[in-house]
Design a protein around this ligand. Structure first.
Ligand code: SF4
Ligand code: SF4
Length: 381
C-alpha cells in the first residue's frame, strides 16, 4: 500500500480506502469479510457516513480491537430519523448521532469529522450561519474529532467551503464522467445513460479549479463515486464509448490535484482485492486516456495528467510539471510554497526541455506541451 499525507493534519491515508455504504443492510459476516480484507491489504481509511446503528455496529465489531489501525471518516449531520437516510443541521440531533458513533466504535475520537453533504445554498447557510459550525469546531477543540472536513458533490459550493478556511479535508465526487459533464446536464441522467455525448464537453472548469484550489491551499481530497456507482464499468450505462476498469477509475482520481485517497465501496473480499490490485497494475493498465478520449469534445488542449507523453528525453515529469503550472497559474502573485518546493525538488525542470516535440506527438489531447514548459519556466523558475 502507498500512503499520502492528508493535507496539514499530520495523518496519512492509504491511496485506496474503503467506502462502507455497501455494508449497509447486510449481515455482520459481510462487514467482517470486507473489513478483514481491507486491513490485511493495508487500507487504513474507512468512510462511515451511514447513520444506521446496525451497520455502524457491524463495522465496529468487524474491526475487532483494530480501531487504532484505521482513520475513521465520520459525518456530522447524517441521520435516519424517518428510517431513511437524511441530513440535518440541528445540533441536538447531530450530537445524538455523533455521540452514538463514538460509543459504537468504543472510541474517544473520530479522525476525520466531516460536515455532511453541503451542496446547496440552504446547506451552506445551515452549516455556516447556525450553531452547527460552532458545534463542529467545539468537537475539534475537545479532541473528539482530529480534523474538520466537509463533503460535497457541487464544485462551486465545495470551492466556497474551502475558501472559508474551516476545513482541512474535502470529500468530493470524482470520476471522469462527472468532471466532463456540462453545466446544463444532470449527473443522474448521465450515469443512467440518458445523455448523449454532446453533454460531455471537456473538463468542467469549476471542477478543475476546485482540484487546483485544494492543492494550492493544502486541503486534501478523499473521493467518492470514483467508479460512478459502477456505471463507468458497465456497457449499459457508461457515457463513454470505451469502458473504464476499476484500476483506471482509481488512477484517474489519484491523478487529480489534491486527491489523497479513493474510497471504494465494497461488499465482498473480491471487490477489495480488485481495488487494492491497483497497486500492481502497469502504467498501460492504469491508462484511462483512451476511454475519456471518446468524449473528448473540448478536451483538446487540456492536460488530463495521463502521462501518455512520456518518456521525455530530458526526463521531465511532464504531467507533474503541468499540474504544478496549473496550480501556480491560479494566483501567479501568490504561488503556494509547497508548489514552489515541489518544483524545486524536481530532478528535471521545464527549462531542461529541448523542444524535441516527442511529447506533443504522443499526447492524445493535443496539449501544447512546449508552450506549457515555457510558461512553467516563467512562473516557477
Ligand atoms: S500533456 Fe497530454 S499526454 Fe501528457 S499528461 Fe497531459 S494530457 Fe497526458
Ligand atoms: S518537448 Fe520538451 S517536454 Fe516534450 S518530450 Fe521533448 S524535452 Fe520533453
Amino acid at each position: 500500500m502507498l500512503f499520502r499525507p492528508i493535507g496539514k493534519t499530520g495523518m496519512s491515508a492509504s491511496i485506496v480506502g474503503l467506502g462502507a455504504e455497501h455494508l449497509d443492510n447486510r449481515p455482520y459476516e459481510v462487514a467482517e469479510e470486507v473489513i478483514d480484507a481491507a486491513l490485511e491489504h493495508g487500507i487504513n481509511i474507512i468512510d462511515v457516513f451511514m447513520p444506521g446503528k446496525p451497520v455502524r455496529e457491524n463495522i465496529s465489531r468487524a474491526l475487532k480491537g483494530r480501531r487504532d489501525q484505521v482513520l475513521l471518516q465520520g459525518h456530522v449531520g447524517s441521520v435516519d430519523l424517518r428510517q431513511q437516510y437524511d441530513r440535518t443541521r440541528d445540533v441536538d440531533i447531530c450530537r445524538k448521532y455523533f455521540e452514538d458513533l463514538l460509543r459504537i466504535f468504543k472510541t474517544d475520537y473520530i479522525d476525520l469529522g466531516m460536515m455532511f453533504f453541503i451542496d446547496t445554498e440552504e446547506d451552506y447557510q445551515g452549516v455556516f450561519e447556525t450553531d452547527y459550525i460552532t458545534y463542529v469546531q467545539k468537537l475539534k477543540e475537545e479532541g473528539k474529532i482530529r480534523a474538520i472536513g466537509a463533503s460535497s458533490h457541487n464544485p462551486r459550493m465545495a470551492a466556497r467551503i474551502v475558501e472559508t478556511g474551516t476545513i482541512e479535508l474535502l470529500m468530493f465526487s470524482t470520476n471522469p464522467a462527472y468532471d466532463m459533464l456540462s453545466h446544463d446536464a444532470d449527473i443522474g441522467d448521465a450515469m443512467a445513460g440518458r445523455l448523449d455525448r454532446s453533454y460531455f464537453d471537456g473538463m468542467d472548469p469549476d471542477r478543475v479549479r476546485l482540484y487546483q484550489l485544494c492543492e494550492s491551499k493544502g486541503i486534501a481530497i478523499t473521493t467518492m463515486k470514483t467508479l460512478g456507482a459502477g456505471k463507468l464499468l458497465s456497457p449499459e450505462f457508461t457515457p463513454f464509448d470505451k469502458l473504464l476498469s476499476v484500476g483506471q477509475c482509481i488512477h484517474y482520481a489519484l491523478t487529480r490535484p489534491a486527491v489523497v485517497s479513493t474510497l471504494i465501496g465494497c461488499n465482498t473480499r473480491e471487490q477489495v482485492l480488485e481495488a487494492v490490485n491497483y497497486l500492481n497494475l502497469t502504467d498501460e493498465e492504469r491508462d484511462y486516456s483512451e476511454a475519456i478520449r471518446t468524449a473528448k469534445g473540448s478536451l483538446s488542449g487540456q492536460c488530463v495528467y495521463c502521462n501518455h507523453c512520456l518518456p521525455c528525453p530530458a526526463e521531465i515529469n511532464i504531467a507533474a510539471t503541468i499540474k504544478m503550472l496549473d496550480i501556480a497559474s491560479l494566483d501567479p502573485n501568490n504561488i503556494p510554497t509547497q508548489i514552489r518546493d515541489e518544483y524545486e525538488a524536481s530532478l528535471s525542470k521545464a527549462s531542461d526541455c529541448t523542444e524535441c516535440g516527442s511529447c506533443e506527438a504522443k499526447c492524445p489531447f493535443s496539449v501544447q506541451v512546449i508552450d506549457k514548459m515555457h510558461s512553467a519556466v516563467a512562473l516557477l523558475e
